[in-house]
Design a binder for this molecule. Sequence first.
Ligand code: ATP
Ligand code: MG
Length: 445
Amino acid sequence: MSVNIKRPNGTEDVIPKNAHKWHTVEKIVKDTAESYGFGEIRVPTFENTELFMRSVGETTDVVQKEMYTVKAKESEFTLRPEGTAGTIRAMLQNGLLNEALPQRVYYILSCFRHERPQAGRLREFHQFGLEMAGSPSPAADAEVISLANTILKRLGLKNIELYINSIGCPTCRAKYHEALRTYFESQKDELCETCQERLVKNPMRILDCKSPVCQEIGKNAPVILDYLCDECRNHFESLKKYLTNLGIEYKVNPKIVRGLDYYTKTVFEFVTTEIGAQGTVCGGGRYDGLIEQLGGQHTPALGFGMGIERLLLVMDKQGCDYLSQKKCDIYFATMGEAALEKAMELSVSLREFGYFVEYDMMNRGLKAQMKYANKIGAAFTVVIGDDELESGIVKLKEMNTGAETEIRLDEKFAGVFEDIYFSKVLDVIDSEGNGSLFSFMGGND
Ligand code: ATP
Ligand code: MG
């Protein structure tokens, strides 16, 4: 019987030849977040379902249609559809909010949403995200947006636009909701079923509906910016000033309301049109009421999430640079058992020095071994046979140039190799200059 089980729809595998792309994104997001004072947090993959109902919001697509809820014996859990809820839960549970504020955490995690799979829209996807808790100041909003902007720049992305909006606080939003209800009431019957429900519970959510009919009806809806209270308006004005000061280009887009219920005041998205409809690579905003809603003290906070698969789609499309893949530094082609044992012994010390070393484990002939070394792009090769064992001297061949250097097969082998290796690397840097994209990270390693 043949077994032919495929991965579930809407999931992806990352195989070793693509791992360096992920490593590039992971390194840049981590280094950048840490340079802004954020520390890493890791939270469980599943949480009590109620956590998401209470934070993401019962009228959102995520909670209404997209959650993976699993039952195990007597308990029920939900696979996290986003990172904020579990992160805030963990910050509360671990007392982080009792320490010096602002508290700043970042994470890289998988999220699960039952959506219709398509390019850039998966059922398991990955987010880099962060949360900053404690500051009500628009300076914090500018800081978080600047961080996201820096990451997108460092990844080398082009043609990405930043849209910002303010969706006010509960005070100004109450008036706005009334205006929206009045506006939609006359065309109520044409709205989709979900939006009819939203009209009662959370009319602003209608503006975020993906149905073309609802979008058309919403075209001339009142705009939240006309309803902001003084405090929210001042907050938004300061944010715009800070962004301008920081040289960050933005567009005010009053249609951005974000898919999750917990946002207040600032919301923002970084969007590209280059990967079709799934163009939002980063979305975030301020959620001043959430922490209290989850049982903490009133603590203003904000954050964002970036979809890593979407970032990679754009990076591939735009031909962005990735950190280079690790390649074999030295390959031992061996003839006979004694030569193999020598290669094993030398490999141990070379690996202690940090080199990537391989030798034959397939019982290939010498020619086939050299072919293999070429195929994997080994930088240097060494042939060991009876003659070399007897003389105690091997030829180290630099594959690029064919240049050969003799090295003694003794305990100093790894050290001598290192000297040669570095002199070659320095030659390469000299000839290529040092304009590396990743120079801010202190080297491309
Ligand atoms: P969209 O409007 O595209 O559905 P969203 O508003 O649901 O996005 P958020 O909840 O804000 O998305 O999640 C933050 C980021 O995570 C998005 O900007 C996007 O880059 C990514 N993302 C969201 N859903 C998916 C998905 N199903 N597959 C891949 N990436 C996703
Ligand atoms: Mg969505």
